[in-house]
Design a protein around this ligand. Structure first.
Ligand code: 3UK
Length: 508
């Protein structure tokens, strides 16, 4: 059991405490052109808190929508809102006005802090929302106002159970859900995953791709590095080449990104640029054993797979250093418990597939949403994933529970078929879903993106089908294959299988 004081402000516990412990001179936030020390961040966060409270009338409990790519001022704004007792409504900056409007209707923000390049869609979505704009050079409202403020801002003495964060998640259907997290939750992810798995040190330099509007990014690029007194390289828009170069040039030791980027980093051919990495974290979707092995062979680095979700804030099952089984997500992070349950909520024996259920210091609290009932049962969070636990407590990802394809009574996991297809040299990407079928109820349908130079056609279909039958049980092979130019992916890079399912359903 983690114990926190009744009065707890997570922003002060992270930032003020770090400056008190290590001094303010350590590098904290790095960009291509700037370095902010811990002292710089604290001063700017405090001055921003003064702008929000003195000029915009923010009072504790107010909700502040944050919108912008990963930059130091976005981090300063996040700390300012929380130190002032506000609630940070973190959003993905690439959302369009329709999506922002939907989030604003659910979260009812009192004001916004927005990067100057992203104000148009915000004001179109929420006309009249008081907005503090930053990043516009000399006309910059936030910088102009904050420089006129005194340094120092006493953190509001929030309770450990006050809501700190409203984090939206798209869910499988595309209708957003808003998850609420308390001040203590922000520290709990560090006291579990951060402490026991990551083990960051003050000399570490973090970098990564997830936006701070995604809790994977907020944890990996703000909470964990700052708890350790480490530095973070903030990248607004990472390309594989740019990321590989930055890792070498800035001596990055700790990388947070998703499986797709690990593949892409390998494809740059810049493996030697990655050799200085000490810790690589992969989350967001399953990390196939083949990618883990390729990355290890090329760089010598053992990627740590871990599953997290917005509902639990961060990672609760993770690989551990020196005891990695490639293809497995790992074991429960100390502080969490996980079980594999059948449809009635009873544990299934080790080795059998079932629904993943998790409990621990963080948990799902949807804001006004009927889906809370489906996600939390008896204190267990049902993540919507199908897993197998082995006798040693390692968890093996099978599929999203709702991706399971049932064909002629056989249970087939789409991702398993995808991984089989990905082992074919001509296949760049694959998305596999159920397509309705009068005879078999469903058949396995694959959407395939071929590599440059490979050509689609009936011959290729038969070749891939034969290949799949060699790689996995023949009944799992894709009876239907459609060649496409790209697969639908969400802002976090996750394959949007529901869109493929919709398309497959329409074509029958
Ligand atoms: C899937 C994985 C297999 C899984 C997230 C780390 O992804 C995050 O949050 P989301 O709410 O999605 C949650 C769902 O994504 N997933 C995530 N990681 C893995 N599947 N292996 C993995 N390693 O379906 C899960 O239910 O977008 C990840 C930290 C914070 C996060 N919010």
């Amino acid at each position: 059991e983690l114990q926190y004081p009744e009065r707890l402000n997570c922003a002060a516990a992270l930032l003020d405490a770090s400056v008190a412990r290590h001094g303010g001179d350590r590098p904290c936030l790095l960009t291509g052109t700037e370095t902010w020390t811990y002292g710089d961040l604290l001063r700017r966060a405090d001055q921003t808190a003064r702008v929000l409270t003195e000029d915009f009338g923010l009072v504790p409990g107010n909700r502040v929508l944050l919108r912008g790519p990963n930059t130091p001022w976005l981090v300063a704004a996040w700390f300012a809102v929380l130190k002032a007792g506000g609630v940070a409504v973190t959003t993905m900056h690439l959302l369009r006005s329709g999506e922002i409007g939907a989030l604003a209707a659910l979260t009812e923000p009192d004001l916004a802090v927005c990067d100057h390049r992203y104000t148009a869609e915000l004001s179109a979505a929420v006309p009249g929302l008081p907005t503090l704009v930053y990043g516009g050079g000399s006309g910059d409202d936030l910088i102009r106002r904050s420089e006129a403020k005194d340094p120092g801002f006493p953190a509001v003495a929030t309770s450990a159970d006050d809501v700190a964060l409203l984090a939206p998640t798209s869910g499988t259907t595309g209708v957003p859900k808003i998850t609420a997290h308390f001040h203590r939750d922000v520290l709990a992810i560090n006291d579990t995953y951060g402490r026991h798995v990551l083990g960051a040190r003050p000399g570490d330099v973090f970098a990564g791709t997830p936006p701070l509007g995604f809790t994977f990014g907020l944890g990996g690029l703000v909470v964990f590095p700052l708890s350790a007194g480490a530095a973070v390289l903030l990248i607004e828009q990472a390309t594989p080449d740019g990321l590989a170069d930055a890792i070498a040039d800035r001596a990055v030791t700790t990388l947070f990104t998703a499986p797709t980027m690990y593949r892409a980093l390998l494809a740059t051919g810049k493996a030697e640029a990655l050799a200085g990495l000490r810790t690589c974290v992969s989350a967001g979707e399953h990390l196939p054993a083949a990618v883990w092995r390729e990355f290890h062979a090329a760089t010598g680095v053992e990627v740590l797979d871990g599953i997290g979700c917005t509902e639990l804030l961060h990672i609760f099952i993770s690989a551990e250093r020196d005891r990695i089984r490639p293809g497995s997500t790992g074991r429960t992070v100390p502080g969490y418990r996980a079980a594999v349950l059948d449809e009635e909520g009873r544990p299934v024996p080790d080795g059998e597939a079932g629904r993943l259920a998790v409990r621990g210091p963080t948990g799902c609290r949807y804001l006004r949403d009927e889906r809370q009932r489906g996600y939390v049962a008896d204190g267990w969070n049902i993540t919507g994933d199908t897993y197998v636990r082995d006798a040693d407590g390692h968890f093996w990802y099978q599929a999203r529970s709702d991706d399971m394809i049932v064909s002629s009574g056989y249970k087939i996991a789409g991702p398993e078929v995808e991984q089989a297809l990905l082992r074919h040299p001509d296949v760049l990407e694959a998305g596999v879903v159920a397509a309705p079928d009068p005879l078999r109820q469903s058949i396995v349908k694959a959407y395939v993106v071929l590599r440059d130079g490979a050509s689609a056609g009936p011959g290729k279909t038969a070749e891939l089908q034969d290949f799949a039958k060699q790689e996995i049980a023949p009944y799992k092979y894709p009876r239907s294959i459609e060649f496409v130019d790209s697969l639908p992916r969400g802002l976090t890079g996750k394959l949007q299988r529901y869109l493929l399912r919709e398309s497959a359903a329409k074509q029958v």
